[in-house]
Unconditional design. Structure first.
Length: 132
């Protein structure tokens, strides 16, 4: 019997390993044949958007850029969504962080606590909140 795990992710990818942990956990849950929902809340909403190309030379050194690029999870999130994971973001926390209205990654849905997150909760067997 398939079960559903819902994760509320409160952290972005560069502040700690929480987002990478959630991606790996979601991958394992799907591989086991279960379902996974991820609600991107707080700084987690920063993972919802497509990367914005930067024109020109960044003042970030090549070494630091190489290090930071290791924290980019956009491809992994789109792969998980294509494999059946459901992702929704909180537009209120997007608004407060200045990202509301930016294009979402493929498979990430516009969301809110009162509708999207509540629907996730109504269909879940296990709930985890991950963040600091």
């Amino acid at each position: 019997m398939s079960r559903t795990l819902t994760i509320a992710l409160l952290s972005g990818s560069t502040e700690n390993d929480d987002a990478a942990f959630v991606v790996n956990l979601a991958r394992a849950v799907l591989a086991r044949g279960d379902a996974v929902n991820v609600f991107l809340y707080g700084n987690g909403c920063n993972l919802a958007n497509k990367p914005v190309p930067f024109d020109g030379r960044s003042p970030i050194s090549d070494a630091l850029r190489g290090h930071m690029d290791g924290f980019v999870l956009a491809g992994a999130i789109e792969e998980l969504a294509a494999a059946g994971a459901k992702f929704a973001t909180c537009h209120t926390t997007e608004y407060s962080r200045g990202t509301e209205g930016l294009a979402y990654l493929d498979g990430v849905a516009w969301g809110d606590v009162g509708n999207s997150y509540t629907r996730f909760l109504m269909s879940t067997d296990v709930l985890l909140t991950i963040g600091r």
